[in-house]
Design a protein around this ligand. Structure first.
Ligand SMILES: [Zn+2]
Length: 219
């Protein structure tokens, strides 16, 4: 059984786009790998590329399928980032006792412990808003596909409206501006404009990384 290496162009999806999260950036990352997917096939495998799919032979000493897979999983791992280098949730999303009034009030985001820390973009996106108001203090809002993420109470804004951000780009420095009892990073998240629990994104980041680590370990 002779093994040949094929490069299949276009029309092939690697199924790395998660079902539950529809981030544009993730799709963009996987799209890159639609271009070149190396597969090992045997002589008796009938090649029936779908319409629009071209198949060409390539030398095995240029790139092995393992190399391509490794790069793909590493790129995918790097396509997401937690917003701070150390994550400790100090106040989750949901009803809580308001730190100012002591009354029950809905907390529409989640709070992370922070001390003059760099705030990182969690994935590729665009800066859609920067500003300052009494409630949020200095804030930066990023769009990731149908999701928007706002980082609030910053001491410093390090992003410009309209700029493209990549995962791990620093968009601000944490602080305690606005309606804040002490330094922390407050994150709010919207999906199609509707406020949602930001832990959805954290779960997505965790799942993506776990998936990549498992895939890399199996190569
Ligand atoms: Zn908060």
């Amino acid at each position: 059984m002779r093994k040949i290496l094929l490069t299949i162009t276009a029309g092939i999806s690697l199924c790395v786009v998660p079902v539950k999260a529809q981030f544009n950036t993730v799709a963009a990352v996987s799209n890159r790998y639609k271009v070149e997917i190396l597969q090992t096939v045997t002589d008796n495998t009938e090649l029936t590329p779908e319409s629009g799919t071209s198949v060409r032979e390539t030398s095995t000493d240029v790139l092995t399928s393992d190399d391509t897979d490794k790069k793909m999983w590493m790129d995918r791992y790097m396509s997401v980032s937690y917003p701070l280098r150390h994550i400790r949730i100090t106040s989750p999303y949901g009803y809580r006792k308001d730190p100012f009034t002591g009354k029950k009030r809905f907390h529409g985001g989640l709070d992370l412990h922070a001390r003059a820390d760099e705030v990182l973009a969690m994935m590729e996106g665009v800066v859609v808003k920067v500003g300052q108001d009494k409630a949020s203090g200095k804030y930066v809002t990023l769009r990731h596909g149908r999701y928007t993420v706002s980082y609030c109470h910053l001491s410093k804004i390090l992003a410009v409206r309209g700029a493209v951000v990549h995962p791990r780009d620093v968009v601000g420095i944490t602080g305690s501006t606005g309606r804040s009892t002490g330094e922390h990073l407050h994150i709010t998240c919207r999906f199609d404009g509707e406020n949602i629990n930001p832990s959805v994104i954290f779960d997505y980041i965790r799942d993506t990384r776990q998936e990549c680590v498992a895939a890399l370990a199996g190569l």
